[in-house]
Design a protein around this ligand. Structure first.
Ligand code: SF4
Length: 293
């Protein structure tokens, strides 16, 4: 979708990412101190350096506070049903293999309702980037426990503390077959931009987790302070170790945060294997929907 380039009067600064935003929908709905605006900024800056034609990029999100991201981006973007962003993106990819798919969604949407889709897309090495904004809670629906809420953390559905072991997302992504896996926080904006860019350029299933403050529903309940204070905690607790073993990337309620690019490897994608088989059997490479490649 083409947007007019931003213009400014002499005294009015130009938002450097405005060309990628649907400015008619700004201001956004997110709370003061929420990390989602920072993630959008990182994603747009990564897209700006990717040199991929804008018509070849599609953004897909699920439901929740993060699900709103698709609606703010001036790209072909899709706000899908809860947990179904990855199968929706899979359909787009199979119908038009030239598209670069970026799924942006939250920890609840991607790993509870959509957890099944995540592991199978990674197993198939479906060519797409999944960007998970992990704020350890369901923000939009009232602060319920999610598959990443740390043990002992308070949620609206675990008022005495969470007693379920959370997922270690980088390890889940690696174990399921992702070819690129990284984790940063909203404090690590330069590293996040680079990782998102590398993930988008990577052929295959790439995964970037960004830890992000939700001061309204997670921080307040757990006495972690406002958004700025939660960013201070990211600074104090983060340890960057590129190439670290993802088994060490589990998160405690108040423990350290292992960040870095953990996995960067090669595997044939779903379409590579599909087309190899079709070429052997039929003499042509086809998309699953019949177009000759
Ligand atoms: Fe952000 Fe939490 Fe507010 Fe949602 S509820 S906009 S995640 S701070």
């Amino acid at each position: 979708m083409k947007q007019p380039e931003p213009t400014a009067s002499a005294n009015e600064p130009v938002n450097p990412v405005a060309a990628y935003l649907r400015m008619d929908r700004i201001p956004h709905i997110w709370c003061p101190g929420c990390g989602l605006g920072t993630v959008v900024n990182c994603l747009v800056r990564a897209l700006m350096t990717c040199a991929i034609p804008r018509n070849d990029i599609s953004i897909v999100s699920g439901i929740g506070c993060t699900g709103r991201v698709a609606g703010y981006l001036a790209l072909d973007s899709f706000h899908t049903t809860h947990g179904r962003a990855i199968p929706f993106a899979t359909g787009l990819k199979l119908a038009n293999p030239k598209l670069k798919l970026v799924v942006v969604s939250g920890d609840g949407d991607l790993f509870a309702i959509g957890g099944n889709h995540f592991i199978h897309a990674a197993r198939r090495n479906m060519d797409m980037t999944v960007l998970c904004v992990n704020n350890f809670t369901y923000g939009m629906t009232g602060g319920q426990v999610t598959p990443t809420t740390p043990l002992d953390a308070i949620a609206s559905t675990t008022p005495y503390g969470n007693f379920e072991d959370p997922f270690n997302l980088p390890h889940l992504a690696e174990s399921s077959g992702a070819v690129y896996v990284a984790r940063w926080t909203t404090l690590h904006v330069r590293q996040a931009v680079k990782s998102i860019r590398d993930a988008i350029r990577k052929k295959g299933f790439s995964f970037v987790e960004i830890l992000s403050p939700c001061p309204t529903l997670y921080g307040r309940r757990n006495r972690l302070g406002d958004g700025l204070e939660m960013m201070r905690q990211f600074k104090e607790k983060s340890v960057v170790r590129n190439g670290a073993d993802t088994r060490e990337a589990g998160l405690d309620f108040k423990g350290g945060i292992l960040c870095g690019t953990f996995i960067d490897r090669e595997r044939p994608t779903f379409l590579d294997r599909y087309n190899e088989t079709m070429a052997e059997r039929l003499g042509h490479a086809f998309t699953p929907y019949g177009g000759v490649l």
